[in-house]
Design a binder for this molecule. Sequence first.
Ligand code: ZN
Ligand code: ZN
Ligand code: ZN
Length: 84
Amino acid sequence: MASKCRYCNSSSYGSCSKSPSKKHEHIDDEKHCEFCGSSGYGSGCPHSPSKKHRHGHGANKCVWCGSTGIGSGCPHNPDKVHEK
Ligand SMILES: [Zn+2]
Ligand SMILES: [Zn+2]
Ligand SMILES: [Zn+2]
């Protein structure tokens, strides 16, 4: 089942006219990047402002790297902390 953009309810990815970041954000899908729908982590996201994939929230996993760790040490968050 495809997730939906939090701002416009579209199931697509990329440019969004209603989002502050101008991109669709699928924030409730923890298995995929909220900006592009990829299952990967780290750099290479075509739509993220930071060029890094960021997954949706859920399953107690870090949105930047998928780790269940807490606090500092995240390899992908620009702020270096795991973010749930
Ligand atoms: Zn949208
Ligand atoms: Zn992405
Ligand atoms: Zn992390």
